[in-house]
Design a protein around this ligand. Structure first.
Ligand code: AGP
Length: 614
């Protein structure tokens, strides 16, 4: 998730663009860049690795003149975060410059075609392919920039929000979007362009939200021109901004955590983009494809992680053992790195880390690597330390996760690990084609099903208020949902400061049932799956001792709904995919209890987003 900004008007563009990038830094900041057309018609592109402030320092000695420009703060998806891969990208002739937020799935095919035409590339990015395609189209079909953009985008598969400049037309700024957001701001003799309204709100409250497959042309003295990529003219719909700057950064949500909970349908779609092909009934993970033998010959898979990522690893254990029939051990990184573990050369070690910088997990894989194991990482930050040490991996592509309590990264980790388990199982033929196809098709339905669960947010908020008295909670689940119970407990602990434990439901009888009382709410994850009847018995044991039960059940449940105090329904799905749905109510429950308690939801006390020290 990158941030893009554009300006064309009567003022110096550079200060407006830089300020706009600062407003968008919450979207990612591993590198940044700006492109300006100055008074002499020169197209100047300046880029720097790191935060926007690094770019500002770099530009202090540069010509930053010009009243038209575009700027970009990057969250790397293709290519390491460095200056070469930073945006904007020149076309080969350096006549065009482009910035892009999104992922072009068919960039490799497009790049190969352009290379056959003699085009060369400086970066590893999909974005540079796009600007070369636009230039190639313009030159070979003798069309203007807008038409070239329309024609080029007709060949693109994936998501984009782009802005592009042509130094031979310094009076025109062209932009387009599909799948990534883009807003136009309308000022007095000036236009603004951005990923969202945060860079625009201080200049104007008149905005146009660009729709998918629309191309917008901004020219001074002319009205905003909008067409589709097939050149069908559209009537711009001007809206008035009502949100404050702070609210805008959070997408109108009160906290980043709630925004990120509600982003999950989209972030899972992004995470599966180019990997789960429901039409072709197939999953393609390049990290697996390139290293098949390591997985197929593995005698054991060791998963090492911390916190929420460790819970994702527990779920992966169930999936990998069920579908790939490879023994899995799930380790806390901090324990694994010091207990002198036995690690063999034919072991595969999977590191799971949202930040890619957790010190214990990094140390754990460095230890495993020294002993010859194959290291595969599931990470959300391109170019972070853990992916750099790994032999291969799979990025989750959910964009920056700002809330300290992990939500969208967790569901993306579980999705990536489930895809991996299915890929291995398919290759080893330890999963039937029928079951594989059924799960692949169901994966494609998960974002919409999460959307349906999110629809219960208000109801969960209402009954969460009745539990703020509690000093202790216990969370129960079985099978794939035992780790979900642990994750739900962690969410509550870390943002509401209420003590909570996650437990295998059957373990209640081995001690914890002594704790049951009306003062300790019990959350039970009880979707329809293999051990459902047993979980129902566990709930009855709790109710017999006057325990209060909040149950997460499958839509239409007729048993638990009669005995639990509160029920939250989730759509039916494959058992291995139930965690992607059952975790959502637990995220919302923790969030709303913490909010009622007046806790700092996005930055809970004593915590950090990434634990880069032991
Ligand atoms: C989860 O909500 C916490 N923020 C924490 O447990 C986190 O999952 C853990 O520190 C691991 O972080 P990582 O995924 O970045 O390695």
């Amino acid at each position: 998730m990158c941030g893009i900004v554009g300006y064309i008007g009567k003022r110096k563009a550079y200060p407006i663009l830089i300020k706009g990038l600062h407003r968008l830094e919450y979207r990612g900041y591993d590198s940044a860049g700006v492109a300006l057309i100055n008074e002499q018609g020169q197209l100047n592109v300046y880029k720097a690795k790191g935060k926007v402030s690094e770019l500002e320092t770099f530009c202090e000695s540069k010509d930053t003149g010009g009243t038209i420009g575009i700027a970009h703060t990057r969250w790397a998806t293709h290519g390491e975060p460095n200056t070469v891969n930073a945006h904007p990208h020149y076309s080969e002739s350096e006549r065009l410059a482009i910035i892009h937020n999104g992922i072009i799935e068919n960039y490799a095919v497009l790049k190969a075609g352009l290379m056959e035409q003699g085009y060369t590339f400086k970066s590893d990015t999909d974005t540079e392919v796009l600007v070369q395609l636009v230039e190639y189209t313009q030159v070979n079909q003798h069309v203007d920039l807008k038409t070239a953009v329309q024609l080029a985008l007709q060949q693109v598969i994936g998501a984009y929000a782009i802005a592009i400049l042509d130094k031979t037309h310094p009076d025109t700024l062209i932009a387009a979007r599909k799948g990534s957001p883009l807003v136009v701001g309308i000022g007095e003799d000036e236009y603004f362009l951005a990923s969202d309204a945060t860079p625009i709100v201080e200049y104007t409250d008149k905005v146009i939200y660009i729709e998918d497959e629309e191309v917008v042309s901004l020219r001074l003295g002319e009205k905003v021109d909008i067409t589709t990529i097939n050149n069908v003219t559209k009537t711009p719909e001007i809206k008035r901004l009502e949100l404050s700057l702070s609210q805008l950064e959070k997408g109108g949500y009160p906290h980043f955590m709630l925004k990120e909970i509600f982003e999950q349908p989209r972030t899972l779609t992004d995470s599966m983009r180019g990997r789960v092909n429901v039409r072709q009934d197939n999953i393609a993970l390049s990290g697996f494809i390139d290293n098949k033998d390591r997985f197929l010959n593995a005698k054991r898979i060791i998963i090492t992680a911390c916190g929420t990522s460790w819970h994702a690893g527990l779920i992966a254990m169930y999936a990998i053992e069920e579908f790939a029939q490879i023994p899995v051990e799930v380790e806390y990184s901090s324990e694994f790195r010091y207990r002198k573990p036995v690690i063999n050369k034919d072991d595969v070690v999977i590191a799971i880390s949202q930040s890619g910088e957790t010190a214990d997990t990094l140390a754990a894989i460095q230890l495993a690597k020294e002993k010859g194991a194959f290291i595969f990482s599931i990470c959300n930050v391109v170019g972070a330390s853990i992916p750099r040490v790994s032999d291969s991996g799979c990025y989750t592509h959910v964009g920056p996760e700002i809330g300290v309590a992990s939500t969208k990264a967790f569901t993306a980790q579980v999705t990536a690990l489930t895809m991996l388990a299915l890929c291995i199982g398919r290759e080893k033929k330890t999963i039937s084609k029928e079951q594989y196809l059924r799960i692949v098709r169901e994966l494609g339905q998960i974002p919409d099903k999460i959307e349906r669960v999110l629809g219960q947010n208000k109801r969960i908020s209402d009954f969460a208020k009745t539990f703020t008295y509690a000093q202790n909670f216990i969370y129960l689940g079985r099978g794939y949902n035992f780790p979900v119970a642990m994750e739900g407990a962690l969410k509550l602990k870390e943002i509401s400061y209420i003590h909570a434990e996650g437990y295998p439901a059957a373990e209640m009888k081995h001690g914890p049932i002594a704790l049951i009382s009306q003062e300790m709410p019990v959350v039970v994850v009880a979707p329809h799956c293999g051990t459902y009847e047993k979980v129902v018995s566990n709930i009855q044991e709790i109710k017999a001792r006057k325990g209060r039960v909040i149950a997460v059940v499958t839509e239409g449940d007729e048993l638990v709904s009669k005995i639990a105090d509160y029920c939250i329904e989730v759509p039916a799905t494959e058992e291995c995919l139930t965690p992607l749905l059952t975790v959502i109510p637990l995220q919302l429950l923790a969030y709303h209890i913490a909010v009622v308690k007046g806790c700092d939801v996005d930055q809970p006390r004593n915590l950090a987003k990434s634990v880069t020290v032991e």
